[in-house]
Design a protein around this ligand. Sequence first.
Ligand code: 13P
Ligand code: SF4
Length: 302
Amino acid sequence: WPLHLPWIDAINTLKRQRGAVIMAHSYQSPEIFHGVADITGDSLALAQAAADCDADLIVLCGVHFMAETAKILAPHRTVLIPDPGAGCSLASSIEAADVRALRARYPDAPVVSYVNTSAAVKAESDACCTSANAVQVVEAMGAERVIFLPDRFLGSYVASQTDVELVLWDGRCEVHEQFTAQQARHARERFEARLVAHPECPPEVLAEADFVGSTTAMAAWLQKERPERVALITECSMADNLRAQFPAIEFIKPCNLCPHMKKITLPNIHACLADLQYPVEVPADVAARARSALQRMLAVGR
Ligand code: 13P
Ligand code: SF4
């Protein structure tokens, strides 16, 4: 932290001068999450905040699909991402043509796409969802069968929570797919920890968990349950950020880093504000169709 303080001060000064709002996902490092962000949370919270934002300049500290989502929901704002190369293995697992092929194969099934997709994929979808409301969005489609993409593990978790039949795609989060049931059991048996897992984990890991939920839902669960010891089976910054919020809880860390989230740093946030780089743009026709899928997601809420 002492090394970070000059950057944090400089960013906060520049942020005020620019009238900017900094939004940071739960997987951003603590110096960003606690040091410079005005709004923090899961993908759904950031999308809602972008839709409601009245600042002209938004700096999105997260990965590219999150900045694109913010731009689509706040088309008249400038949305900047400090590193446009911050991708996501789920978003890159599927393209618009794949969605069209799925629709041709299952013409009666509406398409629900996880928000971890490109704007072009969202534009081919009937609705988007996040891990916070995937079950509710699938059920809101009012169909017996739904095409759910691209995360196979989130999809199989949703399928376990609903009677709707899901057609799945084989995308995976490169961070969460690495967790094993053995790691989860080790955390519970060796440390007597409660287990909280993200639904992007494999099913055998989720089967071990006391609670499964989005990153904001994990924080709400801790607030309610106040466990003595917990293992958050997700990206490493999650536990780092919550440790500051819940000093009485001991965090055991079976965790993996997301290399894409970690592309966002204090120096590139500073450069982003100083040089107004890198603006996110979405072609108007794609944005209009993607916006309607995102608005259905926001209408379902949390
Ligand atoms: P949530 O914050 O929506 O749970 O998303 C998890 C994730 O992996 C985003 O990249
Ligand atoms: Fe994508 Fe997984 Fe990284 Fe989230 S944690 S941005 S889902 S690769």
